[in-house]
Design a protein around this ligand. Structure first.
Ligand code: ADP
Ligand code: MG
Length: 323
């Protein structure tokens, strides 16, 4: 049903950056080792993502654009239950409902690939094509059929900024995957995909001062903290460089921000913020991720324990080279 698709699309397809996030996550799910993102006009005109992942078998391509959960929505109660599940199996259908898509895909096991075109949720073309293995998906003219929503998008610069933020986080969270980001034909960054986080940090931020960051690598029974923290001469005017992943997921956590900031309070100027790229891997039973999957919140069951552990650990690594 076209109306239901358009309504549901609003939840997954808020703006170009949310499409980028869903599509790159699909490429990651498909075990891609190399992912290229190309955008034009802040993603409003074009988002193209190419991966070298598993590809989609010929007989599953059309199904990938179908909304799996539509039949479950029979009542408002059902709808809210569905919301809490977080739209799994809905991204491609939702994106296709409000844009023009071209996808080319081939699994390694197939000698020819498939090219498919979908506009406003309707398949308009499907044919065999010779292509590399993996998937290229092109999302053109977002919201071309819902002009009211087009109006609510930010400026090109604003939407580009959100996309840059998303791909930066994804690249930092997966140093084992090579990411390439192209904006209006300009290469913004390429990460090597060699599992070296320090090289990803340099690639995405492209500033020499990130070379001075201190390594953190601490593993205990039920928690592991790994990444890089800035020396006290490295600070910023806001929190945008306090980058934290919990169990591989980008998280905004006041608890962690405050813990970090307390640690640096005597070391950096007042009203400045430390810099870090930190991975915290923790026993899943210690956290509550019972929120919408597109949200960046998390609840630690024992906040004090986490805060104390981080303080002691980071202070140790910070003190190693800073007196
Ligand atoms: P979900 O990811 O929750 O399954 P999506 O709508 O995002 O739902 O994708 C639907 C399906 O299309 C996926 O389950 C997967 O089988 C296939 N798919 C999408 N993108 C890719 C990709 N880049 N490589 C391989 N398969 C893909
Ligand atoms: Mg998906």
């Amino acid at each position: 049903d076209v109306t239901i698709n358009k309504i549901a699309a609003g939840e997954v397809v808020e703006a170009p950056y949310s499409i980028v996030k869903e599509l790159i996550e699909n490429a990651i799910d498909a075990e891609a080792k190399s992912i290229t993102l190309e955008i034009k006009e802040g993603g409003k005109k074009l988002i193209r993502i190419t991966d070298d992942g598993l590809g989609i078998p010929e007989d599953e391509v059309e199904m990938a654009f179908q909304r799996h959960a539509t039949s479950k929505i029979n009542s408002l109660e059902d709808l809210s239950n569905t919301l809490s599940l977080g739209f799994r199996g809905e991204a491609l259908a939702s994106i296709a409902a409000v844009s023009q898509i071209e996808m080319i895909t081939r699994p390694k096991t197939q000698s020819v690939g498939v090219a498919i075109e979908v506009a406003g949720g309707v398949i308009t073309n499907k044919k065999s094509i010779g292509c590399p293995s993996g998937t290229t998906i092109m999302v053109k003219n977002l919201f071309y059929n819902t002009p009211a929503r087009l109006k609510f998008l930010k400026s090109i610069q604003g939407e580009t900024g959100k996309i840059s933020e998303i791909i930066t986080r994804l690249a930092l969270s997966r140093p084992d995957i090579s990411f390439k980001y192209i904006n209006n034909n300009n290469i913004m960054f390429t990460t090597p995909g060699n599992n070296d986080l320090s090289q990803v940090i340099l690639s995405v931020f492209q500033q020499d001062w990130f070379k001075s960051m201190l390594k953190v690598d601490e593993a205990d029974d039920d928690i592991k903290v790994y990444g890089y923290i800035g020396q006290p001469n490295l600070y910023r005017g806001n929190r945008s460089y306090e980058i934290v992943f919990v169990n591989g997921r980008f998280i905004k956590s006041k608890l962690i921000y405050h813990t970090l900031e307390r640690l640096y309070r005597d070391r950096i100027p007042i009203n400045k913020f430390p810099v870090c790229v930190l991975n915290i891997n923790i026993e899943p039973t210690y956290i509550d991720v019972n929120v919408h999957p597109s949200k960046t919140e998390i609840k630690f069951h024992d906040e004090e324990a986490i805060s104390n552990y981080l303080t002691i650990t980071l202070d140790k690594w910070l003190s190693k080279r800073v007196t």
